[in-house]
Design a protein around this ligand. Structure first.
Ligand SMILES: Nc1ncnc2c1ncn2[C@@H]1O[C@H](COP(=O)(O)OP(=O)(O)OP(=O)(O)O)[C@@H](O)[C@H]1O
Length: 552
């Protein structure tokens, strides 16, 4: 076969009717003798004749020349975005994402001609082959999800417009996703837009932003008269363009926009717990975290140090711990799992071990809130509801509040405990709060529980620094300086409310005033890679088994 024919199989002298090979009828697509596209176990195998390798660079430290235009010898199914034939079946196009550098993916087409002589069974075989390929590429993920995209041009360090245009949009286009794109023009616009969104026209919402815009989208959906349907119909996703990007880290295990885009294309629906917050007369939802104390001050109180870049957090942290700053407040907590060992056990029981590769996944869909005494030994949630609490009437709006609002009398059975020397109150719904900041390592997507961390402020500064470093090493959970509990509701009253202070909810500043929180299991919807968070879980959580065995 001459070189030209290899490059363009349509030019082969004697066109071949496409045939099948062996028993794997729909796995092989023969383009001409010896040129076969094969559906392998994990990837699409490209015949040697179509593989083009980049020329090697003269210096090992430089990328190979033409790397972007090369065709690999196989394409993992996960990277395949779409495949289709032209109407006359003379062309087959396979679109795929190719990670040609550690920093981004490039979308490219693989085009080649099918021999001219096509019979009816050829058409049929080809359609089946393409369907087979797409089936392997998408698994149970919905193809061509209809996306409502929001781009915040001011997110994080800037550049969300460019990230969207240059890196993300081409990948979504290659996956043939129908899209409506909106560029936000003012703060709060995403709330307004989500409130009136025609939810029957879309499957997913994709903020290209920090964590602020997903917070707004959840809240816009939550404000609708049909809030429950809207929140369970529209999967709120995230393209990371901010500086923290917690949502993307947890759901897709990355803060790189192109990898997040691919994870969204292949993502599977995952119910997500949402937390109702009441403050004054207001009720809104939180999907990520609530913080008061050192963490909130670091997040919101170091704006004046922004010129330092990421160093502002280190400098701000050192300033706070040297002052041994404390944040006196009163807190009533509806604790569901009190001890760290029980938290680990709860986590472990909801994690399913991958049967073949041993990979752990905290399989959210099966999880169940501890709302009664069960095998876990979880305490019962027997507190009497507050006067304004209502029985869930199954109405279309947000679920009624079991424990009323912050304006109500304290629910029966709740006790306000004084925390004179609080260092940090940090409540989380997801594990990572930023890349490499896995604060809530036992968090599950929809166990109907919030993870609550409390630390004291009057700690030796060196110990505080060590504690911060323990977040990086994964030893934070086990630190004796950390109280880690699973809770379903709480009320927090800062002592010096109204005097200025920082309260951060999903990373956004809220008035430094009393508020109450209550979780709703699986009220929201998102897409994740495996139906759970991409976080490793508490260190040594398997050791619980050993101690339990010893106890037994
Ligand atoms: N066009 C706009 N002009 C001003 N503010 C906007 C605009 N669009 C969105 N916003 C607001 O920007 C705020 C922050 O958004 P977002 O989380 O996307 O970025 P970020 O806070 O910079 O991210 P990070 O906290 O990770 O650095 C949100 O409250 C949102 O309402």
């Amino acid at each position: 076969m001459d070189q030209d024919a290899i490059a363009n199989p349509a030019k082969t002298a004697s066109p071949q009717v496409i045939e099948t090979i062996g028993q794997e009828a729909n796995n092989a697509l023969v383009l001409s003798p010896g040129v076969t596209l094969t559906l392998g176990p994990e990837s699409l195998v490209i015949p040697d004749q179509l593989v083009t390798r980049p020329s090697r660079s003269c210096l090992p430290c430089l990328p190979s020349i033409g790397a972007k235009n090369s065709t690999p010898s196989s394409i993992p199914y996960y990277n395949i975005l779409w495949a289709e034939t032209s109407e006359d079946r003379s062309w087959l196009v396979v679109d795929y994402a190719h990670e040609d550098s550690p920093h981004h993916l490039v979308v490219r087409d693989l085009k080649f001609a099918i021999p001219a002589q096509t019979a009816e069974q050829t058409d049929d075989h080809m359609a089946k082959w393409v369907e087979n390929l797409l089936g392997r590429a998408y698994g149970t993920a919905v193809r061509r999800k209809r996306a409502w995209v929001l781009v915040n041009p001011h997110a994080g360090p800037g550049g969300a417009d460019k990230i969207w245009d240059k890196q993300v949009k081409p990948i979504f286009e290659a996956a043939r996703m129908p899209m409506t794109v909106v560029r936000t023009t003012y703060s709060g616009e995403a709330v307004d837009l989500a409130q009136v969104l025609d939810i029957d026209n879309y499957d997913i919402a994709i903020p290209c932003s920090g964590d602020g815009l997903p917070h707004e989208v959840f809240n816009g959906l939550a404000k609708r008269p049909d809030a429950r349907r809207a929140l369970s119909k529209i999967a709120v996703c995230h393209i990371p363009c901010g500086s923290g990007n917690a949502m993307s880290c947890n759901l897709y295990g990355t803060h790189r926009p192109t990898l997040a885009a691919l994870a969204i294309i292949k993502g599977i629906p995952t119910p997500l717990d949402l937390v109702s917050i009441t403050q004054g007369e207001e009720r809104f939802v939180s999907f990520l975290s609530q913080a008061l104390g050192v963490i909130a001050d670091l997040d919101l109180g170091t704006e004046h140090l922004r010129w330092m870049g990421a160093a502002r957090f280190t400098v701000g942290f050192l300033m706070l711990v040297l002052q041994k700053k404390t944040y006196p407040c009163d807190i009533a907590i509806k604790v569901e799992i009190e001890h760290k060992d029980s938290v680990k056990r709860h986590y472990r029981e909801r994690v399913t071990l991958g049967s073949t590769d041993g990979e752990a996944s905290n399989g959210g869909g099966q999880s169940k809130a501890c709302d009664g005494t069960d095998a876990d030994g979880c305490p019962t949630t027997s507190s009497s509801p507050s006067p304004s609490a209502a029985v869930d009437d199954g109405g279309p709006g947000l679920p009624p509040l079991k424990y009323g609002t912050v304006m109500d009398k304290l629910p029966e059975g709740w006790e306000l405990v004084p925390y004179e020397k609080l260092g940090s109150f940090y409540c989380g719904n997801m594990a990572y709060m930023a890349p490499d900041a896995n604060f809530f390592s036992a968090a599950l997507a929809n166990d109907g529980l919030m993870d609550l961390i409390i630390t004291q402020g009057d700690v030796n500064p060196l110990k505080s620094v060590g504690l911060q470093m323990a977040v990086d090493t994964g030893e934070f959970f086990d630190s004796p300086l950390v109280t880690y509990r699973k809770v379903s509701a709480y009320r927090l009253i800062p002592r010096n409310a109204g005097t200025g202070g920082y309260l951060s909810i999903d990373g956004e500043a809220r008035p430094f005033e009393p508020f109450q929180a209550e979780i709703h299991q699986g009220l929201g919807l998102t897409l994740s890679k495996k139906g759970c968070f991409e976080a490793p879980g508490p260190l040594n959580w398997d050791k619980v088994t050993t101690s339990e065995r010893l106890l037994a």
